[in-house]
Design a protein around this ligand. Sequence first.
Ligand SMILES: C[S@@+](CC[C@H](N)C(=O)[O-])C[C@H]1O[C@@H](n2cnc3c(N)ncnc32)[C@H](O)[C@@H]1O
Length: 652
Amino acid sequence: MNETKLNGKTPNITQENINKLMELFPEVATEGKVDIEKLQQLLGEYAEDKPERYNFTWNGKSRALRISQTPSTGTLRPCKDESEQWDTTQNLYIEGDNLEVLKLLQKSYHGKVKMIYIDPPYNTGGDFVYKDDFKDNIKNYKEITGQVDGEGKNLSTNAETSGRYHTDWLNMLYPRLRLARNLLSDDGVIFISIDDHEVDNLKKVLAEIFGEMNFICQFVWAAGRKNDSKLVSISHEYMLCYSKSKSCLTESSTLWREKKLGLDEIYSVYNKLKNKYNHDYNAIQNELKMWFKSLPPNHPAKNHSHYSSVDKRGIYFPDNISWPGGGGPKYEVLHPNTGKPVKIPSRGWMFSSYARMKELIDDDRVHFGADENSVPCTKSYLKDRETSAPYSVFYKDGRASTKRLMSLMGGKVFDNPKDEEIIKSLIEFTGTSEGIVLDFFSGSATTAHSVMQFNAEDEGNRKFIMVQLPEPCDEKSEAFKAGYKNIAEIGKERIRRAGKKIKEEHGDAAENLDIGFKVLKLDNSNIRRWNPDPDDLQTSLEDHLENFVAGRNELDVVYEIMLKYGLDLTYPVEEYEVAGQKVYAIGFGMLMICLGNQITTKVAEGILNLVKKLEPESARVVCRDNGFASDSEKTNVKEIFNLGGIEEFISI
Ligand SMILES: C[S@@+](CC[C@H](N)C(=O)[O-])C[C@H]1O[C@@H](n2cnc3c(N)ncnc32)[C@H](O)[C@@H]1O
């Protein structure tokens, strides 16, 4: 059994990356450090060592890189009161600066997120761009959001006249994107909304972080004319999309497909005709053709009117049977009714042998004309072609989503929300019906709305993680007057209202829809750091004997331990009473926590019995370091856990 002592920091990501590098190139390890020259030699011609090389850089880039690598000293404190369906929900709403939050999520959600959508500030000259503080970012966060003395720092906007206009924005986004990439699964993708102000810079940064080869598309959203432009009325913006690993995406045929429009109508007509004509495929086919002809030119089903032949397998389109490019075989094929050789395509048959052609004819997969004078065709069935690759352009009036949000919230509480229908389409492209969708600039929580809406429509089981700064609302704003003190409050209320509305609209079909969310809030670690005060060492020492920061409750500590051990924050946390002490069982016994002050061998035996009952694959136990009745009691407890097969015993 391992014995570990827990501190108040997140994992050291740089160290973990170095370990991976050393696994790949053990020769470069010299006393725990990396021998760069050796690595260069090993990489040979693949190492770029010229001083003048293709490179995108700006003032502060290396500092921003270091910021992304320093562990967080923060934690996420659960807030049951503001959550919905706390015990059952799989969704998270996290309030905090997203840099710290992304660091805290590194262990629990590494490689687990299927899709990230973000809509960061576009840096249009009037945006607030968060400034990180290298020394104490949690204190900085509390000051910015007015959690210290109730006085928020003035949220200055990043003005275009500032000498560091692009630099400030890049320094903000770069470390966040680096951390975000770690959370994506191998087949995961990220979409980032942006406009002309920063699209070029963003594309370069993304190419560096994700690799040029993982670029998928620069989607365009034509959202309608804006009347604020001097020369050209810019009526579009972009959504840049990169994958974690493009090769993983291309291997799967279900990803990056969207359902063709108009198919529901075609199937509904076809099913009626099948009932009417039973197996008379000619009659079905004739009436289907007439229906296609009767459609107005802009009807979406009209695009599929070539699918108007019918056989026992369904609706099909007689497709080309010739050898692509020409030079194919020209063997003889007899017409099934006339018995005479049919016309051979000028490029030859697409099947290299007559035997293969015969097999397909016998299986009724070749479509013959009325007689031997026309070239036969292969059959392409509609059911096999229901999806197509998505278009790179969205045409959708940007004002519609603002109006919908206003009507949902009863007023204009948020400017320029994104369109939940468009985000839904992005989720659809990724083929995600189960995975986690993350938005760490969540604003009014449009992404959460899209996830719930999509789940209701296709009975999916996607989960969301929203991250939002409790950015104070301007006192003159409609939101403030409506009672919202900060944007996180708007986001949470939007999810509540949208969830309720979606449930009402979908009735029984949405019975099991998860419209809840667990609220967690960023704060400094619950575990005290050794910070001796030279003026009052006695008090410092006494304080330090108490392991936890004053004012924190046990559940705060439980969630911090879950973060440190990389457990999913939506795992169930059950409470038990064991020999007079409260014991928490997380994830059905995989982690047992006792933070009581009277931990005895009786408590240890009780915990072991619980573990046996819950039957986790393996179990860890965490106890409060100064919670043991005596030193010898601690030694005995350790022995009980050791003999009882507990994998790790941790004291904090
Ligand atoms: C453009 S808005 C997103 C709007 C959102 N897509 C919607 O449809 O409502 C960007 C949001 O990111 C938030 N934000 C800015 N800096 C942040 C940070 N460091 N951490 C978390 N959120 C931040 C802002 O408060 C703002 O609400």
